[in-house]
Write a protein that binds this ligand. Structure first.
Ligand SMILES: Cc1cc2nc3c(=O)[nH]c(=O)nc-3n(C[C@H](O)[C@H](O)[C@H](O)COP(=O)(O)O)c2cc1C
Length: 221
């Protein structure tokens, strides 16, 4: 064996071990929340991740904080966001970041994360990610997730959609970003708004490859 194939052999083994160790490490997800309608989807997702005891790093943009107040009547500031204030339960598995803290753990690719979900994803944030022009920590963490080739899942919400919105989604989809629009199905015969939220959050957990049964699945007609 010459020196090059010898070095190649050990490099391959190190990469092999690196990948296998990384894939065995516990899940650590970033949840970005932006100022689109449907903040309730984000609350339900974080609540489900807390129940599943999955390490979660959550960041709300300033607009998300505003929509939290407008839609849910929750007057929470980014400095007092916590599991208790958002979910009415205590949890050590979720950490909240200020969206202005661009030096936070999740701003660096060296922090090992499983991936990131942005739920709901505003058209502003969709455009920022598609162009790489950042205004806050949600955008930076998404950019890092893409550059590190980790799963990025967007849950966009707007209606109707302009050609710019559609082009941004297509561009990101072609780059490997998963677009899971906030469009719940009705085939599970929802009776309450909660049933629609659960259907959507189940789709998001499925995209994250996290096993769950938030609501009933289609069994065939
Ligand atoms: C009550 C409310 C609802 C909104 N709903 C949407 C929406 O569904 N989709 C969207 O793209 N923007 C929506 N916006 C506008 C965004 O909040 C705005 O574009 C903001 O700049 C997004 O900032 P962010 O991406 O940093 O969170 C809404 C704003 C408010 C106050």
């Amino acid at each position: 064996m010459d020196i090059f194939s010898f070095t190649g052999y050990y490099t391959a083994r190190i990469i092999y071990y690196g990948v296998s160790l990384e894939s065995q490490s516990p899940q650590r997800w970033i949840v970005g929340v932006t100022g689109a309608s449907g903040i309730r989807y984000a609350i339900r997702l974080i609540d489900a991740l807390v129940d599943l005891e999955i390490e979660t790093h959550a960041v709300f943009s300033d607009s998300a904080i505003r929509v939290l107040r407008d839609e849910e009547g929750l007057a929470i500031s980014s400095s007092n966001l916590s599991a208790a204030s958002l979910l009415n339960k205590e949890s050590k598995s979720v950490t909240f970041y200020n969206s202005k803290d661009i030096g936070a753990l999740i701003a660096s690719g060296s922090a090992k994360m499983s991936g990131m979900v942005i739920i709901p994803c505003s058209m502003n944030t969709l455009g920022a990610i598609a162009t790489g022009v950042h205004s806050h920590l949600v955008h930076r963490a998404a950019d890092v997730t893409m550059k590190e080739a980790r799963p990025l899942i967007l849950v966009p919400r707007e209606s109707p959609l302009s050609a710019i919105h559609l082009e941004n989604m297509l561009k990101l989809s072609r780059l490997g970003v998963q677009i899971v629009p906030a469009m719940p199905g009705f085939y599970h015969r929802p009776k309450e708004i909660k049933d629609l939220i659960d259907m959507m959050v189940m789709k998001v957990l499925d995209a994250m490859k996290i096993s769950n049964e938030l609501t009933s699945r289609w069994q065939g007609s």
